[in-house]
Each structure stands twice: as C-alpha cells, then as structure tokens.
Design a protein around this ligand. Structure first.
Ligand SMILES: Cc1cc2nc3c(=O)[nH]c(=O)nc-3n(C[C@H](O)[C@H](O)[C@H](O)COP(=O)(O)OP(=O)(O)OC[C@H]3O[C@@H](n4cnc5c(N)ncnc54)[C@H](O)[C@@H]3O)c2cc1C
Length: 257
C-alpha cells in the first residue's frame, strides 16, 4: 500500500543550496485540458501556476484538495506523466458513484485552478531493474504504470516490458493511443487489454489479468511485477505468485480502493 497521505515526501534529498519551504506547499494547478475517454474515465492535464514547477519521481501520487466545509477533502491520484516533465502533469480519474472527488472532477469545465499537495509515496521503479518487467493494472491503475514506462524511455529502453490492462467491456477501453506511442519508443514493449465482460465479438483476452500471467515465463526470467488498481486483483496475483514460489520481494503493488 502507499504511504499515508500525510507521510513525508518520497522525493530524493534536495541539493544543499535549496532551502526547504516551511509547512506543506499547496500547488495551484490550472486545468489546461480535459479528456473524457469513456463516461467513467476522465483525464485532467494540469499546468503548474504557483509554484511554477513541480518535481516528483515515477510512481508517486498527489493529493487533490476537494473544496468542502469545514476543510477540504483530500484524495490521492497517481501521476500519469514522465518524471522528466516539471511544468505540470496528467491525472486519470475513475468515476466512483457518490464519490465527493468524482463529483467535483466531473463538474469541472476547464480553466479552473485546483489545489494539490505532494508528491507522496515511495513505490519507485526498482533499480537496477530485472530483465523483464510485468505491469498488471485495472481501471485507472494504468496511470502509475504509464508514468514508469514514459520515465524509462531514455533510462531503460531495452528491457522486456509487458502490460496487461483489465477493463470490463470494449466501451471501457482507453489509452490505446498512448500505449501505441510507447511501443514506438521502447524496444520490447507489448500490452493487451483483458476484458471481464466482453461482447461475443471480442477476439482478445477474456477474464481477469491474473489468468494470463503464466504466458510470461516469470519463473525462468528475472522478473519484477508492478500491480496497480483494484485491491482484489492485487490480492489474487500475489496469492498466485507466492503459491508458485515467486520471490515476493519482486512484487510491488498500489491499491486504489
Ligand atoms: C495511492 C493512491 C493512488 C490513487 N490514484 C488514483 C488514480 O490515479 N485515479 C483514481 O481514479 N483513483 C485513484 N485513487 C483513489 C482515489 O484516491 C479516491 O479514493 C477515488 O477517486 C474515490 O474518491 P471519491 O471522493 O470520488 O469517493 P469517496 O467519496 O471517497 O467514496 C464514495 C464511495 O465509494 C467507495 N469508494 C471509494 N474509493 C473507491 C474506489 N477507488 N473504487 C471503488 N469504490 C470506492 C467508498 O467506499 C464510498 O462508499 C488512488 C488511491 C490511492 C490510495
């Protein structure tokens, strides 16, 4: 699990010349663009306004301050952008019925100024990396994995990356364009959608991401697993891997629910 929201920042120690600001910095971020991929998946493109830059490490999350009385409600969102980008980031939101942050985010029209704190979390990409990296995600969990992949394009372009993305139906598929772009930039990256409730026409993988991991030969090749999204999926994958004798120190997970 991730650090508690008010845990210390997981960023590298700042250079000695930098003075650390007192108290927590509130980042004012402008909603520069809104993309609705499906009725329940929305991505916000956020630009730094004050302070004018934001630094983080791949795998970290920020806390959105949802306006409320007597004080804002804080909700965690994993950054979906490369850690090399410092003028803003993208966040992917999965709509939760009756959710306070979900309602707030789906009411946005663009141009608003939002409050964030962070970065938080210590689930960094493990270095030195293993030969094979397997990402398993559901819902909006692709955000963290996309961030690792985009951040690794220059640093580790030659690893064997595999990603399984679990959604319910064909209508819930999103981020294909972004994943295709990664395929062009990385030497050995493959991804597939796994649908739990596909139509009769679906020719791809059906069921749950955990049903397909045995295709990857992780007991023969040095492999690291990154799991993100639904807690049930994470539990099932860990259980399966541990039962097979896979080294559990090579499994890294972040549950969103
Ligand atoms: C480290 C971390 C990173 C996260 N990153 C992301 C991210 O990138 N994108 C994203 O969409 N979410 C992410 N989440 C989840 C996010 O923080 C919120 O919990 C989620 O958006 C729901 O907030 P809400 O205010 O809309 O709902 P709430 O008002 O908190 O909850 C409303 C109801 O929905 C239930 N509920 C709460 N959360 C979930 C959930 N995730 N799934 C199903 N039911 C739920 C609650 O039990 C409650 O009954 C992350 C969570 C963590 C811990």
């Amino acid at each position: 699990m991730a650090d508690a929201p008010n845990s210390p920042q997981g960023t590298a120690t700042p250079p000695k010349t930098e003075t650390k600001p007192k108290g927590r910095v509130i980042y004012k971020m402008r909603v520069a663009e809104i993309r609705d991929y499906t009725p329940r998946i929305r991505e916000l493109f956020l630009k730094c306004e004050e302070p004018t830059s934001f630094q983080f490490r791949a795998g970290q999350f920020v806390m959105l301050h949802v306006p409320a009385e007597p004080k804002p409600l804080l909700r965690a969102y994993s950054i979906a952008t490369s850690e090399q980008q410092t003028d803003g980031y993208r966040l992917i939101f999965n709509y939760v019925d009756n959710g306070a942050a979900s309602k707030f985010v789906w009411d946005l029209k663009g141009g608003e100024l939002l409050d964030f704190t962070g970065p938080f979390g210590r689930l960094f990409f493990q270095e030195p990396p293993t030969e094979q990296i397997i990402f398993l995600n559901t819902g909006s969990g692709v955000s963290q994995h996309f961030c690792y992949l985009e951040s690794n394009i220059r640093k580790f372009p030659d690893l064997r990356y595999r990603l399984l993305f679990g959604v319910r139906t064909e209508q819930d598929i999103y981020y294909r364009e972004e994943l295709e772009r990664l395929k062009k930039d990385l030497k050995d990256f493959e991804y597939e959608f796994v649908l739990s409730r596909p139509s009769a026409d679906w020719k791809g993988k059906k069921g749950y991401v955990q049903n397909f991991i045995s295709d990857y030969g992780y007991l023969q090749k040095p492999t690291t697993f990154y799991l993100c999204g639904n807690g049930g999926m994470i539990k099932d994958v860990k259980h399966k891997l541990e039962a097979e004798g896979f080294d559990k120190t090579k499994i890294f997970a972040e549950a969103f629910d």
